[in-house]
Design a protein. Sequence first.
Length: 154
Amino acid sequence: MRNNPDEIKPQWCIIGNITKEHAFGEEKEIRQGTKHFKPMAKVYCLAPQWHWFDDIKVIGRHRKSGKYITLIMPSMLIENLRINLVYSPEVLRRINEHGCPWPDKETAEELLVHLNLRRINEKYTDRDFRSALQEYRGLPPLPPAPWWMFWKKD
């Protein structure tokens, strides 16, 4: 039984695109897209259910069948991350089916900043995260840490 599309409310979601090319295997062979997704295919990232910086559960259209699929894939194969409202009834149904809708836009923003920082530097600090989140939200930057906190690494 299908839900009435009028009853489904749009939800905030992190959206990204599959990388055009990436190195694969021991010989670092260059591959286009992934086994399941075409290069630059749009994917919807589901809210985390575990520590997810290495792998993300995504929804997207399969490269051959064109049907929506849900799978877990390496986060480094997803680029151009952004936040948008999702209106597609099929994507919304899958998000709710997997029990991981985004609670609100702010939570999605925080995880988007975490993912983008992780792409730049795996060992970022809590202060790096808070500064990046301020910048993303268009707020003034955090004041510098006091000189006596030079040893603290957040």
